[in-house]
Design a protein around this ligand. Sequence first.
Ligand code: FAD
Length: 462
Amino acid sequence: MPDAIDEVYSVLARSLRGRLLRQHDAEYVQAHTIWNAAAQRRPALIAQCAGVADVAAAVKPASAAGVATAIRCGGHSLAGFSSCEGGLVIDLCALRGVGLDAANRVATVQGGCLLGTIDTATQRAGLVYPAGVVSHTGAAGLILGGGTGWLTRKFGLSCDNVEGFTLVTAEGEIVRANARENEDLFWALRGGGGNFGVVVEFQLKLHPLTHVLLGCAYYGEEDIADRLRFFREFMPDAPAELKWNLGLRLGPEHADCPEELRGRPVLSESLLWAGNEAEGRELFRRLYSRDSPQAVKIEVFLFLKLQTMADAEFPHGRRYYTKSGYFKSLSDASISRMIAALGSVPSHETQIELVYLGGAAAKISADDTAFGDRSSPFILNLLAAWDEPERDAENASWVRTLFADLRPEMTPGVYVNFMSGDEDDRVKEAYSVRWEKLLAVKRKYDPRNFFRLNQNIRAAKS
Ligand code: FAD
């Protein structure tokens, strides 16, 4: 739609306070690059908004002209939804302010914040906002889809800890959504993704925490099945202070991984305890006293160190493909399939990630927020990562094959933030019984589906 985008350019060239970039501009290359190189696109125009008025100024002409428009916070959408081919990107990278009301344990954060921006600001007052595990992830995309991380079992999902949103709608109007204003929108924004508008400000609920106890270990191939069975049996009654994350992969070429395990199938395990240290140490002693953990390390970690620990493991510019889903329980057959799949994994960087939800996240009732299923506690994420474009098909195919093998044992549903761009048909599955209500809110706030570059909520085409 070259004429429409030119029209948008000429309006924004006159009205935008922030930077407006086109493909020939020197700053364009960096500005258009998103985290997943396999989902990279070339927008015609990038509007780096300098404030809320800029966001409204960008939305209005693009919406009126029907130009494909992507909203970018951290640019970490696995599907590449924060960019588009030939359209407009509304880039919030200049909107990274955080206001702190430590006495009331509330942070007011702008719509372009990264997780690290929020952590650094809130830790100054010894407070945390429960979010994801990599500090360079965008907060907006993560929160709007749900948001899981180290503290999910103790404090709930990220979206459970939002007290209010301010957003710019498809008409360019500024609207607030909280427990007293536009409650339908408040409900939908907690899990419904970027479907309803550009969120320019979040009011976040904070909790006191500065340190955690972290245990890391590896298990060789022969111990993986036993360990996963123990995980399966232990977690349903585990205290909410415990988070247990597992990754099946080839042992990394990393000093922490015992030399004899490098390049061989391993289980990489992290135990996190967010509670009394002595109780945590006693629990870890029990959990490590069985199977044969290797390279066990138990340390008290500053929360900020915890939040940046995995940053280098998920670098910008690599190629990624993912498929995810839930299990109600983890069968022996599924465990065997996952272990067998490591025999043919095409990349050293690929992981089969398993976590157990439950805890505070499972205490919120299914219809309190738009977030997908809280009742199937095992979350599986098959995350392929590789560098060479010519190996895209091979890596995606490994994920698809394993997913298809596991699917019969899985329960329907998927976490929208762990979906790839080719899974449009699973969005309804993700929201399940919340789908009709989400459609109604979408019709009310974005009837023309201007905000469609996301896990899109739209009626099926007849
Ligand atoms: P972007 O790519 O900027 O945007 C993604 C989507 O959100 C787009 O559809 C966009 O339109 C919408 N959006 C972005 N900003 C706004 C806004 N201000 N208003 C309205 N819509 C907006 N998820 C977890 O739950 N827990 C984790 O621990 C976790 N770790 C991750 C680690 C890495 C390295 C990566 C790449 C992803 C991780 N994820 C995690 C998934 C993550 O939640 C999603 O990728 C999420 O979309 C990232 O948010 P973003 O702001 O960077 O996304």
